[in-house]
Each structure stands twice: as C-alpha cells, then as structure tokens.
Design a protein around this ligand. Structure first.
Ligand SMILES: [Zn+2]
Length: 288
C-alpha cells in the first residue's frame, strides 16, 4: 500500500519505532528493499535523491509506484533533499508521496519562507513534507586526515519550535551529531542524545536522522527510543551491495546480471535487515 509520509510516521511516533528510508538508485536495489521489508513485515520508505533520480530515470517511477501499491507493507516514496521549490514540484509530478525541502544552508528566514511555500503546495496535493534545521555534517572522504567532519551546526531548540510552527512541516530532520557518508576508522561519531530529548520534549512531531550510516548501534537504538522516527540509510546498503559485487566479479567469466546481481542484493538485504531490527520496525506493518 502506498501512503504519504505523515500517515506512515504518525504510527511510528505513537509506537516509538523508526522507519528506515533506504536510498536506492537502480531497480535491483529497489526490488531488494521491498522484498526484505515485506519478509520482516516492516513499513518502508523508498528514498530517492535528485542525483539518484538522474541516474535512475523518471520512467522507472511508474514501476516503483506500482510495486508500492501491491506491497503487503505500507510504503512511502520520498524525495530526498529537494533543493528548491521547483525541485519539489518535480517530485509532485513524478508521483512521490513525500518530499524533503532542504534549505538548511540558507539563513533562517529564507529557510522558513521556502519551506512554507513548499508545504502549502505539497499539502494541497497530498504529499507530506520534511524540513531541516541545523546542518548535518558531510564527511570528506578525500581529506588528507579523513577527519573533515565538516561543520555540524547542531539544531537550536527554540529555532526548531519556531520553524515547525511557521512552516507547518510534517517532520523535521535534526542535526544532533551525524554526518553524511562513511566515517574514517579513527573518527568516533557521537550523538547528542540530550539535545534530541530536549527537542522531542518541545516538539513531539516525527524527527528524522540523516547520515545514520556508521554510528554505533546502541546510540542509534537509543535515539529511536527517544523520538527519532525515520532514519536515512544510504552508504551502508550501497557498500554491502558493491563489496559483494566486486567479490562476485572476481570470476571474470560472468556476464549475465542474473548471475552477478542476486548475491549483491542478498548482501544488501542482510544489512537492511539489521537496520530494520535495530530501528524496531520489524512486524510493525501490522499497526497500519
Ligand atoms: Zn541526508
């Protein structure tokens, strides 16, 4: 069943679990995340970033939407990091049921103005909207020392309350110490769970964690108990998928995708399963 993000996350918020938002860029990955979610009875967010859409091609959306409709679990198709009002209009045209508008790098008033406009338009046609306040770090994997966890600006609680009030967003991505990408081995990510608690106490709407790959499991598990209801997973499943694919391709006689991809998908599903269980989402499809 295909539903919007507000309906999907309301149940997660009431029952203190998080729905994984798996970023996919091809059909094999999409098929894999549907299958594992159905196998575990877990609600699912299929997340597609504009860059991923450029690779996937908009025609693939018809198949993904069709697959969501006939799924045995509730599914939301989510536009990840829409960069402008116009880009969210594209998501509406493509058939997404949820969109993120990310103007977190602009001044507060600009962020509020654009987000408000997006919310008015998206709500008029049934999409839910995720906003972002504070900036999630971006790991610079090319950096010499690998440490450039650049500039995490933690979400300010008062600003968050005002932002949600003035924009009407359905959910909010918060910056509490995660970063996009994979952490170098010697960098220990740490979440500000105290800040999360403070935000949730003042703002009892579904909160979202980006850059959730690579943080310690116990911290992620705690963040779910404290009010995170959607966690974006991109790098972790893609690494599993391609690491296994590289191993399979060591046999240079292989040429059929049918002989190459299934093992890569199986490896990706294994990681997806760990995330679903860690987020306490397994079996929760029954609540819808
Ligand atoms: Zn993100």
């Amino acid at each position: 069943m295909l539903i919007n993000g507000r309906e999907l996350l309301a149940v997660a918020n009431e029952n203190s679990f998080a729905v994984p938002a798996f970023n996919i860029s091809d059909w094999a990955m999409a098929k894999g995340v549907f299958e594992i979610s159905e196998q575990l009875g877990a609600p699912l967010i299929v997340a597609i970033h504009p860059d991923e859409m450029a690779h996937l091609g908009r025609d693939a959306m018809a198949a993904i939407i069709q697959r969501a409709y006939r799924s045995s679990v509730p599914v939301t198709i989510h536009w990840d990091h829409g960069g402008s009002y116009e880009q969210v209009l594209e998501a509406i045209q493509y058939g997404f049921t949820s969109a993120m508008i990310d103007k977190s790098m602009t001044p507060f008033e600009d962020n509020v103005a654009v987000t408000r406009r997006v919310v008015d338009t998206a709500h008029a046609v049934g999409l839910s909207v995720e906003g972002e306040l504070g900036t999630i770090g971006k790991l610079d994997e090319q950096a010499e020392d690998g440490v450039a966890v650049s500039d995490i600006t933690f979400t300010d609680v008062d600003e968050a309350v005002e932002y949600v009030d003035r924009t009407g967003v359905d959910s909010l991505a918060v910056a509490i110490g995660t970063a996009h990408g994979l952490y170098p081995k010697h960098v220990k990510p740490e979440l500000r769970l105290d800040l999360l608690q403070e935000i949730k106490a003042r703002l009892p709407i579904p909160l979202v964690l980006h850059g959730g790959s690579g943080n310690p499991d116990d911290e992620i598990g705690q963040s779910v108990k404290l009010g995170i209801n959607k966690i974006n997973i991109s790098s972790d499943i893609k690494v599993a998928y391609h690491d296994r694919m590289r191993e399979v391709l060591a046999d240079t006689t292989l040429r059929e995708p049918l002989a190459i991809q299934p093992e890569a998908i199986a490896a990706m599903k294994q990681v997806a399963q760990q995330k679903i269980e860690l987020f306490d989402a397994a079996g929760k499809a029954d609540l819808y």
